[in-house]
Design a protein around this ligand. Structure first.
Ligand code: ADP
Ligand code: NI
Length: 210
């Protein structure tokens, strides 16, 4: 039953993300599912069904890429495939609270399942893949890669609101902050390596920019 429901959720996700070129493609979702399952191995008590469903569906209601009414469509879908009311509420709680924007006040999500899916999504936003997704996103929304106002050392402590949008600005707004926001030790360990790679990339990027 649960395996079938996950399969159906996979199809639902593929329909939503089929033609995406903004950094939310099906491969992103599959990596988030795989990372979430890896992290969940450390938590025998975690509800694996809720984790897999939330990971599969997490970007189908992102208001940057799909319309808000998609949350109603998702609720209808979960009802149609007979997901229990309690699991539906938990899955929707995770999906609607896990984003970086919505968790800026630093409060932790309320369930271990939510924390695990959030960590998995954040891991895919850093490292080599995270860098690639950031430039893909910037290209998709017609933002430049960088606007060149500052050197790397001048970026320390700068008010980011004074800079126009760019992929490099996004590194400072979000990517380099993610490591310290990880909820679980396993995700933190994976994040350390990816974070080091981000810093190395930035160094090389600024060196080549001139
Ligand atoms: P997710 O929740 O999967 O991280 P987001 O919608 O936040 O999805 O972003 C998708 C990808 O694009 C991520 O890799 C993210 O870091 C990147 N991204 C988000 N906003 C911007 C931006 N303004 N400029 C460049 N990249 C961005
Ligand atoms: Ni995502």
């Amino acid at each position: 039953m649960k395996e079938k429901q996950c399969q159906l959720a996979h199809h639902y996700m593929e329909n939503v993300h089929a033609k995406d070129s903004s950094g939310h493609d099906c491969a992103h979702v599959r990596r988030v599912v795989a990372l979430a399952k890896t992290i969940a191995k450390d938590y025998a008590e975690a509800n694996l069904f809720v984790i897999e469903m939330a990971a599969l569906l997490h970007d189908t209601v992102d208001d940057k890429i799909v319309h808000a009414t998609h949350q109603e469509a998702l609720t209808q879908f979960l009802t149609d495939i007979h997901v229990s009311e309690q699991d539906q509420q938990h899955i929707l709680y995770i999906i609607t609270h896990m984003s970086f924007r919505k968790s800026k006040d630093g409060t932790r999500l309320k369930s271990i399942e939510a924390q695990i899916v959030q960590d998995a999504d954040r891991l895919d936003a850093i490292g080599a893949i995270g860098i690639a997704r950031t430039f893909q996103f910037a290209g998709h929304f017609h933002e430049p890669m960088w606007t060149g106002e500052k050197t790397m050392s001048e970026m320390e402590g700068i008010d980011l609101n004074t800079l126009p949008p760019s992929a490099i600005k996004h590194f400072y707004e979000k990517l380099i902050k993610l490591k310290d926001l990880m909820n679980t030790p396993k995700a933190l360990a994976l994040a350390e390596e990816r974070h080091a790679f981000l810093k190395l990339f930035l160094q090389q990027f600024f060196d080549e920019w001139v």
